[in-house]
Design a binder for this molecule. Structure first.
Ligand code: SF4
Length: 389
């Protein structure tokens, strides 16, 4: 029996559900993902539902404005499992009538064949991992789909969901700026409502990292070419009237990701599933939560007596909250709100340092907000260390 629910505030939170499995592992990926031959959907359903019931008794707010199925590859979840998780959230929380419910999907036929049933369960936003619009690069990125699969999946997503987004990766091996320009223009011809455009980064521990260590991953861009990729990306998106609302995210008006905006604005979100992290308010204090990364360890912990949904849950100091807020908010075009920073940190942001950064041409100030200039966008780490140290 779970604990009784507390008196609840209605500030609004997001819920992140992590599905840790993929059909195969991509050589650049450092997400918490695994390949497994046998997945018992009923056990996962029981664990997600129990974790949701427990978390509902802990958090100060039960108004949910976004649900996000991320991974791994959540489009490998059965339609019934997605339905059961959404249904449990509706029972345990108050889901706002216009809540955004997103699901990440890969564009293989097995997955896009389920879009209609996901939509019937309440999913209204799909984020497709297309990654490249040429078959040669899809192969070298270890993707299992072709460009034709991607186009069919996107077409199906457009028919099934209110908002459809897709991801592309640039700065790939031997990719020229001209090739990226043509690929991005092709992406624009699909009339996307939302795009996530990331530079290929080589993360420690990945197969690409190991190849790079052995000097066998050639043709990656240097810093100046990386800047040129980013500049070209912004230029093409602007020409196509996509709003650049976060470093790597572009959207038509009204199609910005509600869930990710909450995250970057440092709102509360519950993280459920292996390796999921969260930021939740408990009795008025913001906590960070972490969960066991190993899927079976997480599953066993949740289902055992007492139900362990987090491996770590601890209060955050005021200064840590302010730092986290600064790191997140500078990624957004709307920037950092000085009053919010000051109220989180319980001390004041140094206006001398702010003036210094303005003089260096790295940030601008408007009313009560600070945001990066074009030059500053490329030097975000330096801005943060100057302001926060
Ligand atoms: S499909 Fe996505 S989550 Fe899975 S390994 Fe590839 S990039 Fe990572």
């Amino acid at each position: 029996m779970e604990k009784k629910k507390k008196n609840l505030k209605e500030d609004g939170i997001g819920i992140y559900i992590h599905w840790p499995f993929c059909q195969s592992l991509c050589p650049y990926c450092d997400f918490n993902s695994y390949v497994s031959e046998k997945i018992d959907m009923d056990s996962w359903s029981a664990a997600y539902k129990r974790a949701l019931r427990i978390s509902a008794t802990q958090v100060d707010s039960n108004l949910v404005h976004s649900i996000y199925f991320g991974g791994g590859t959540p489009s490998l979840m059965s339609s019934r499992l997605v339905y059961e998780v959404i249904n449990e959230i509706s029972k345990e929380f108050k889901v706002s009538s216009d809540a955004e419910i997103s699901l990440e999907a890969n564009p293989t036929s097995v997955e896009y064949g389920k879009f209609k049933s996901y939509s019937a369960s309440g999913v209204n936003r799909c984020s497709l991992g297309i990654q490249a619009l040429n078959d040669r690069d899809l192969k070298s990125l270890g993707r299992l789909h072709s460009v034709n699969d991607a186009l069919r999946a996107f077409d199906s997503a457009r028919q099934c969901f209110k908002t459809s987004s897709f991801d592309l990766i640039y700065g790939r091996q031997n990719q020229t700026i001209g090739e990226w320009e043509n690929e991005l223009k092709r992406a624009m011809s699909l009339d996307p409502q939302h795009l996530s455009l990331y530079q290929l980064t080589i993360e420690p521990g990945t197969p690409f990292f190991k190849l790079q260590q052995k000097n066998r991953l050639r043709g990656l861009p240097n810093d100046s070419k990386s800047c040129a990729f980013y500049t070209k990306t912004k230029e093409i998106c602007k020409n196509n009237e996509l709003i650049h609302y976060e470093i790597s995210n572009f959207a038509t008006k009204g199609h910005e990701s509600v869930h990710n905006l909450n995250y970057w604005r440092y709102g509360d979100f519950i993280g459920i599933g292996p390796g999921a992290s969260g930021r939740i308010s408990v009795n008025g204090t913001k906590h960070e939560t972490e969960s066991h990364k190993n899927p079976m360890k997480w599953l066993g912990g949740v289902l055992k007596n007492g139900g362990e949904i987090y491996s770590v849950s601890m209060p955050l100091s005021f200064i840590d909250q302010a730092k986290e807020y600064a790191v997140m908010s500078f990624r957004l075009k709307e920037g950092l709100n000085i009053e919010r920073f000051n109220s989180l940190s319980e001390s004041k942001l140094s206006l001398t340092k702010v003036e210094e950064l303005i003089d260096m041409g790295l940030i601008n100030k408007s009313h009560n907000s600070l945001f990066t200039t074009e030059k500053g966008e490329l030097l975000l780490n330096s801005i943060l260390s100057h302001l926060l140290n």
